[in-house]
Ligand binder design. Structure first.
Ligand code: KIV
Ligand code: ZN
Length: 564
């Protein structure tokens, strides 16, 4: 008995021993054509209405698309109406070409000419299917029969276009041997050559030959071989614009397009976010942004990708996946600790080096280039490391934790993520920081205090400190002197029960909250057991912030002791 997978017919690659495309590089963006309003639209559960199509059309224009397939006007009244609305409503900029699709059938071609009447620039795109499979099971005809369908259509189109061109329309032609990828390459060349002849293709008026992988049925390298082979055999190659129309059945649409460009293609048809029949058409956003990361101007503008996504999701009622390249909710988020650390270091490195190159590990692009923000880059869950929480505190709230403190706070956050078993939002991390380090005034609390400072002739300062401290039910007075507020405070608590720590380190900086500027002090103390503990003090007064930090550290040490 056969195994189930044995019923599939494997792809037979074209023979191309001297292929050249693997040694090539992409150096410029191809000509882009959006098929969102046709291939994308026909694959929607609820196809777009005229209003929705208009909104998406304007979005495509704003992105910078200059060739837009706007529909299949002979297929339905809505399609026809939309194209009339576009033309009659003056929605098409002078530098944008609309493209319309039609089957290679006479009455449909005639109706299509009616639809585009009055357009300034148009591409009439006709197709018929050519693959061995389609010939066998759908059309039940041989290659000559299929060529005749294409040639008859081309002849009619050429005839009908004469008066249209004379009336001033810049009309071009596109022919698709639909299911090209499953067609014998010599047959694909034959049919395209005949179509070019019928359309009188010249280098000045080239025909677009659109070579679809209607159903992606092979690895992208085999498809690239087909393209290189096809181009090498096509007479008058300079009278053709080679266009690709990859679908994504094997999930390789982007690679197919990229390798196809290496193999000589000039133009790519695709859709935003890869919408389209079944697994979709090739994703223009990914293709364009892939070029962008290689220092190639994609000529398309995705600098506000969230806005494009919002329009797309609303009009198509499709949802974009969380991991969709360049746009998904999670694509600029690093959960794992080592990734977070490296990203953190990348940002710091760029800042320190004043680097104008993008040198952040794990982030292939600067999220800001697509209008995304740095804040959600790092989220905290149980896989996150010490650097992540510190990064959130810095990026979101302006707290620049000393390096030595990051592990301690990381552990506090880690404990909470383990407890709740899910991601912590930045606000929750902030709350944890506050309750762990700032809102901690027991058992010791500074009830009141006074400083006085004098500076001698050499510029040395001398600080006297007096304070009232409460400890549970008791209140006691302290006083001390020193060369600064921290020194004076430390000396003032000398001999008290809280005097069991040595001062290790201190860092202070300003934090801005709205128009309000405060000082935050991070204090590192060492207990008699040799363990370090950190405290944080915040105050409008830069002398008071470190004292609060010292008390925070002492109180935390007591709290940790009690828990141990
Ligand atoms: O996928 C395809 O082959 C098509 C053609 C009509 C170009 O959409
Ligand atoms: Zn298609």
């Amino acid at each position: 008995m056969k195994s189930k997978f044995e019923k599939y017919v494997p792809f037979i690659p074209v023979e191309l021993p001297n292929r050249t495309w693997p040694n090539k590089q992409i150096t410029q963006a191809p000509v882009w054509c959006s098929v969102d309003l046709r291939d994308g639209n026909q694959a929607l559960i609820d196809p777009m209405n005229v209003q929705e199509k208009l909104e998406l059309f304007h979005t495509l224009v704003d992105i910078g698309l200059k060739e837009i397939e706007v529909g299949f006007p002979s297929a339905s009244e809505t399609e026809f109406e939309f194209i009339r609305a576009l033309i009659e409503g003056g929605h098409i900029p002078d530098d944008v070409t609309i493209q319309v699709l039609v089957q290679a059938r006479a009455h449909l071609i005639e109706r299509t000419f009616e639809a585009i009447s009055g357009a300034k620039n148009a591409v009439l795109h006709f197709y018929n299917s050519t693959s061995t499979l389609q010939r066998k099971v759908v059309f039940k005809t041989d290659m000559d029969g299929v060529i005749k369908i294409a040639v008859d259509a081309a002849r009619l189109i050429y005839k009908l276009s004469k008066p249209v061109i004379e009336s001033g329309m810049n009309l071009r032609y596109e022919y698709s041997p639909e299911s090209f990828m499953g067609t014998e390459m010599d047959n694909a060349v034959r049919i395209c050559q005949r179509v070019m002849e019928e359309l009188h293709a010249t280098p000045e008026k080239p025909v677009i030959l659109n070579l679809p992988s209607t159903v992606e049925n092979c690895m992208p390298n085999y498809f690239a071989d087909e393209i290189e082979y096809f181009i090498s055999k096509l007479p008058n190659r300079e009278s053709a614009i080679i266009s690709l129309h990859p679908h994504n059945d094997r999930g390789c649409g982007v690679a197919t397009a990229e390798m196809g460009i290496l193999a000589g293609a000039d133009r790519i048809e695709g859709t935003l976010f890869g919408n389209g029949e079944r697994t979709g058409n090739v994703d223009l956003v990914t293709l364009a942004m892939n070029l962008y990361t290689q220092q190639i101007d994609p000529v398309l503008d995705f600098s506000d990708i969230n806005k494009i996504r919002e329009v797309f999701e609303r009009v198509t009622k499709m949802k974009i996946g969380e991991r969709q390249p360049y746009v998904g909710e999670l694509v600029f988020t690093a959960f794992s600790g080592s990734h977070q650390d490296a990203i953190n270091k990348g940002f710091k490195y760029m800042q320190e080096q004043n680097s104008d190159m993008w040198e952040v590990p794990y982030l292939p692009i600067d999220p800001a280039d697509v209008g995304r923000q740095y804040e959600p880059i790092i989220r905290i869950n149980s896989q996150s490391g010490k650097g992540g929480a510190a990064f959130i505190m810095q990026q979101n709230f302006g707290f620049d934790l000393p390096k030595t403190m990051q592990a301690e706070f990381g552990a506090v956050v880690q404990k909470e993520t383990d407890r709740v078993g899910k991601e912590l939002k930045p606000e929750r991390i902030y709350d944890l920081f506050q309750s762990e380090y700032v809102d901690i005034d027991a058992p010791y609390k500074l009830v009141s205090h006074a400083f006085s400072e004098t500076t001698d002739a050499e510029g040395n300062s001398h600080v006297s400190f007096k304070g009232t401290i409460s400890h549970k039910e008791t209140v006691f007075e302290v006083a001390g002197e020193g060369n600064g507020p921290i020194d004076a405070f430390f000396n003032s608590i000398h001999g008290q029960r809280m005097d069991r720590f040595t001062f290790v380190d201190y860092k202070e900086h300003a934090i801005q909250t709205g128009s309000d500027s405060k000082a935050v002090a991070y204090i590192q103390l060492r207990g008699q057991d040799g363990k370090d503990v950190f405290g944080v003090g915040i105050s409008h007064n830069i002398s008071l912030a470190p004292l609060r930090g010292i008390l925070s550290a002492i109180n935390r040490a007591k709290r940790l002791e009690a828990k141990a």
